[in-house]
Design a binder for this molecule. Structure first.
Ligand code: TMP
Length: 242
């Protein structure tokens, strides 16, 4: 078991712990889940272990393809060792197909294919409901430089190409996703997670969501959907949790 005593911070789907090495941290993936800015809470049994394995797979792929990220190695069922970055308080959302908040904002039906990839920035501020902002807001607030945002956008589009292709091969459509980045020794690294908690994955044939939207919209079979993504990606069949 990994020694988890020095809690740094706790998020919706994870806890972050310090290690003896100030350049590293341990991320522990949780079964707990929150939607609608904490108004809806629940537990998806097995989610923590599944997301740990999915993130190991995706971060390893991104490393192989040259996308710098915080992942070092998986430690056990729930925990992975990562580089301890300073998170940039700007979330990047990348969208290929209309869904979620974009459908509400522009009035297009879910599932409409976009003529080009959409990139959005949101402030990472849950008290303000993570508002949509643009580059001039971000530089005016002095929370990141234009160069940092440009690098984050460039890496986000590469993640879209790499993860999109990987998902297509297993008959999953990458609808949209959100990424977080961190500063580490003068560089921008992809941080946080890339999992069904942070991406919309639709089955390419049925268009059924295989992600956290199953929990958000009470569609049922949430754990099964997460297992299905892991299984298609890695061939791994995790035993059903108690
Ligand atoms: P949205 O359509 O709700 O704005 O979400 C866009 C993408 O961002 C979608 O893949 C889900 C992801 N996302 C998160 O990972 N965490 C969040 O808190 C929100 C609101 C969205």
């Amino acid at each position: 078991m990994t020694n988890l005593t020095m809690l740094i911070t706790e998020g919706k789907g994870k806890r972050l712990y310090a290690t003896d090495n100030p350049d590293e941290a341990i991320v522990s993936y949780r079964d707990e889940t929150f939607a609608y800015h904490g108004l809806k809470r629940g537990r998806i049994i097995g989610k923590g272990e599944i997301n740990n394995l999915i993130c190991e797979y995706i971060f390893t792929l991104l490393t192989q393809k040259g996308v710098p990220n915080h992942f070092i190695r998986r430690l056990d069922n729930r925990c992975s060792l990562v580089k301890r970055v300073e998170i940039v308080p700007v979330v990047v959302k990348v969208r290929n197909i209309v869904a979620g908040s974009l459908a509400k904002r522009i009035g297009y039906p879910d599932g409409t294919r976009l003529k080009n990839t959409v990139v959005e920035y949101c402030l990472k501020d849950s008290e303000l409901d993570d508002p949509l902002v643009n580059l001039t807001h971000i530089t005016a607030m002095d929370i990141a430089t234009a160069e940092e945002i440009q690098r984050m956008e460039e890496l986000s589009l590469r993640v879209n190409d790499i993860v999109g292709e990987c998902m297509r091969e297993i008959s999953i459509e990458l609808i949209d996703f959100k990424l977080e980045f961190g500063r580490y020794k003068g560089a921008i690294l992809l941080a946080d997670e890339v999992s069904p908690d942070t991406c919309r994955f639709w089955d390419a044939r049925t268009h059924e969501p295989l992600d956290i939207d199953r929990f958000r919209h009470d569609l049922g079979d949430v754990e099964e959907a997460y297992r299905e993504v892991l299984h298609r990606l890695t061939g791994n069949v995790l035993k059903q949790s108690e």
